[in-house]
Design a protein around this ligand. Structure first.
Ligand SMILES: [Zn+2]
Length: 397
């Protein structure tokens, strides 16, 4: 099957995740794609392919040497619908405005990166949905590799362990991921953008919940008695560094970000996230919040302030450094295909970060897609096809 047509076939299956259901998968429809993938994997000779109760697909192709894992996720992002996704192909893109539909225009003025792709073919949306190249392009790349090996049984290759996860977009991808079922020595997520990039570093992440209780009294009789929880919380926020927000932070810098505040003068709650490439720096941030809360409690002994901190995910770098095999292999394969490898840092997390922490070192590779999570998402056909060759070279002996 033509890899682009295969991608379009997967893109047309609605697999949008939902962070409100509390189930795994968060939406049953993710299994619609998982079921198709099991059938397609079997057709390509991966006879043990199956979907578990969570919608996660596992399959293995026997070879020699290392057990190399390949992972992509079936779900799509929450920002824009995936229902009735109807990809269109632009042949020989000319860099001019392209009308996705009457309302939306894909413009290289607005997205200057498009200018690099003049003369190539693009797969775009019809303006009504996202494209879901994140991460169905990753899935189609893995299937393209398997199809090539199926058609060329003479090619000697490593053992290949395939896994398609669910709910990556809501950070739940690794929740039910089973290392034993995957059975790999090291792995790759194929879930990035630029195909020359190898992402082997990502943020460490903490979530902080602050709960403040004041003292409620009729405001008319509040003199020396009413403690306003909102004002106590406000004082605490005022102690946070002003120049370390996502607006200010760039490249190597971490940040503090308040997601939401809810409550009244009696009781209020704040949710925030902390991000840093350096774990000790991350801890310093959350320790600082606790120290400032303790100081405020001295000032307002009748108030109550709880600071709850939870680790969300960790930088994969220390694990990648301990086992350089996947990054070395990826570099070699990129160079062989005429690309200059760029080591890049993800200002976020990946499923691979959590896999790495759990013992399966998993850097991330690109798919040739861009503008993820929205209607302007596009896939560069020639880059996508080249990535099939790159991954083939990774798994070849
Ligand atoms: Zn993704």
């Amino acid at each position: 099957m033509d890899p682009v047509q295969r991608f379009i076939k997967y893109a047309k299956i609605d697999t949008q995740a939902d962070d409100t259901t509390g189930t795994t998968p968060s939406t049953e429809k993710q299994k619609d794609l998982s079921r198709v993938l099991v059938e397609d994997l079997k057709e390509l000779g991966l006879e043990d392919a199956y979907m578990d109760e969570y919608g996660i697909v596992y399959a293995h192709l026997k070879g020699e040497g290392d057990k190399i894992g390949l992972n992509a996720h079936v779900d799509t992002a929450l920002e824009v619908t995936d229902t009735n996704c109807n990809p269109q192909i632009i042949k020989n893109y000319d860099g001019k405005d392209y009308h996705l539909n009457d309302k939306y225009v894909l413009s290289s003025e607005e997205f200057p990166a498009l200018k690099k792709h003049i003369g190539k073919d693009l797969v775009v949306t019809d303006g009504n949905t996202l494209l879901g190249a994140d991460d169905k392009a990753g899935i189609a790349i893995i299937m393209g590799v398997l199809e090539h090996l199926h058609n060329h049984p003479e090619i000697k290759h490593h053992n290949i362990s395939v896994c398609f996860t669910v709910d990556e977009e809501i950070g739940e991808g690794p929740k039910h991921f089973d290392l034993k079922k995957m059975d790999a020595d090291y792995a790759f997520t194929i879930d990035g953008g630029d195909i020359s990039h190898i992402d082997a570093e990502n943020f460490n992440a903490q979530q902080v919940h602050i709960h403040v209780e004041g003292v409620s009294v009729h405001p008319g009789e509040g003199k020396n008695a009413l403690i306003n929880a909102l004002l106590v919380l406000h004082e605490l926020i005022e102690t946070f560094p002003k120049k370390e927000t996502p607006y200010d932070a760039n490249e190597d810098e971490g940040y503090w970000h308040i997601n939401g505040i809810e409550g009244s003068s009696d009781v209020c709650d704040l949710d925030m996230i902390l991000r840093d490439f350096d774990y000790d720096n991350l801890l310093k941030r959350s320790e600082y919040i606790k120290e400032q809360a303790a100081l405020l409690l001295k000032k307002y002994p009748k108030a109550k302030i709880d600071v709850a901190v939870r680790d969300q995910y960790y930088n994969m770098l220390p694990y990648v450094q301990k086992d350089p095999r996947p990054v070395d292999k990826a570099k070699e394969a990129l160079i062989k295909n005429g690309l200059t490898p760029v080591m890049s840092k993800i200002r976020g997390g990946t499923d691979g970060a959590t896999f790495s922490k759990r013992g399966l070192v998993t850097p991330n590779l690109g798919t040739g897609s861009s503008n993820h999570h929205g209607r302007y998402e596009y896939l560069v056909v020639q880059d996508f096809l080249k990535m099939i060759d790159v991954v083939l070279d990774i798994v070849k002996l």
